[in-house]
Design a protein. Structure first.
Length: 361
């Protein structure tokens, strides 16, 4: 797999409930902290109405959706950056993911232990953020110490790098997330080797009970997300888990009866895909398949997502946008209307493109 989203939060906020509903992986759930020790991995299909429309138009059965990987990381607690609650281990797991899905408890249930007293989502978010900032400070501090020793040898490249890292460290020491800092692309790349956490894109998920989706606790999370540059989504985790266990036909019927176009989990997957900076394009030479690629990917590189031979022997790509294809009603009509284009290796694939590759190896 490619890019991954890590599900994090305090213990007993519903991370594993949401992970189970997303993936059907059966992660252990229990009413005590640190039930999850080793991270659980699950791969889920990205909900895609366009894929269904293209399949119907091209009469393709069993279309293959794009996929996204989620990692259920154990709950963090205050002091995690100092090793509390196996914190160093869990923080190490978070460093390996590309984006963060931060589950925040917005439900009140006396049968589910809260590691702090009562429901206070802003306090809980700040506990996690503080630990992530402290962890980044420790990692970057060690990195700077190492560079200062190398600097004594007269290494000019290292000497030029130190002031930048000192600026980043000062920013973190103010208790601010790295993603709040404006960085040039080369500066962001220079930080890549340190595996810093607080620069990762974040989705704050308000996990509420069925009646609390628009309640004050969830609204507090929404406001915090807006102020901190995070994405936001509110879902009822337990309800979503129950919906996910229904057969497909019953699930659609249930959502229709509720007047809901898509489940909260579907929305979570779509937002997570966007959080990772991914777009979706399609191929239909044999099977119809959706592919997730980073924004800005060239046609040749996108071909390599399918097979290295496609990339190595790339000649050209025939491209039509899915919207144009659906409006035309068929591939034949789209071609007649000049909607099918021939593009070269440097063409930047757009979200929704349907691509046929011509290659020779």
């Amino acid at each position: 797999m490619g890019l991954t989203c890590g599900i994090i939060g305090l213990p007993n906020v519903g991370k594993s409930t949401i992970f189970n509903a997303l993936t059907g992986a059966g992660a252990a759930m229990a009413n005590y902290p640190f039930c999850t020790i080793e991270p659980n991995h699950g791969i889920v299909a990205v909900p895609d109405q366009r894929l269904r429309a293209i399949a119907e138009l091209l009469k393709k059965t069993d279309p293959i959706p794009a996929r996204i990987e989620f990692v259920d990381v154990a709950g963090l607690v205050a002091g995690a950056s100092r090793g509390e609650g196996l914190g160093n281990k869990f923080l190490g797991n978070i460093r390996t993911v590309d984006a963060i899905v931060h589950v925040v408890r917005c439900f009140d249930d006396e049968n589910v232990v809260h590691v702090a007293s009562g429901v206070d989502p802003v306090r809980d978010i700040e506990v996690i953020h503080t630990e992530l900032v402290l962890a980044d400070i420790e990692v970057l501090g060690r990195g700077l110490e190492k560079l200062r020793k190398i600097e004594k040898s007269g290494d000019k490249a290292v000497k030029a790098k130190i002031p930048f890292l000192e600026r980043v460290l000062a920013h973190l020491n103010e208790g601010r997330l790295l993603r709040a800092m404006t960085l040039e692309s080369d500066e962001a790349a220079a930080l890549g080797e340190y595996g810093l956490i607080t620069g990762k894109p974040e989705l704050l998920v308000a996990n509420a009970d069925d009646g609390g989706i628009d309640g004050p606790a969830a609204e507090a999370v929404r406001a915090y997300a807006a102020a901190s540059g995070a994405e936001y989504l509110a879902i009822a985790g337990k309800v979503e888990e129950e919906i996910s266990e229904l057969p497909a036909a019953e699930k659609a019927e249930f959502l229709g009866a509720m007047g809901i176009a898509e489940s909260g989990l579907d929305r979570l997957i779509v937002v997570a895909n966007r959080l990772l900076g991914l777009i979706t394009y399609y191929t239909a030479a044999t099977h119809l398949q959706a592919w997730s690629i980073p924004i800005g990917t060239s046609a040749r590189s996108a071909a390599g997502k399918i097979h290295s031979d496609f990339e190595r022997g790339f000649i050209r790509a025939e491209v039509i946008h899915s919207d144009d294809l659906v409006r035309a009603g068929s591939e034949h009509h789209a071609r007649e209307r000049g909607l099918l284009r021939t593009e070269g290796k440097d063409y930047v694939v757009r979200d929704g493109d349907v691509v046929r590759y011509l290659f020779n190896v």
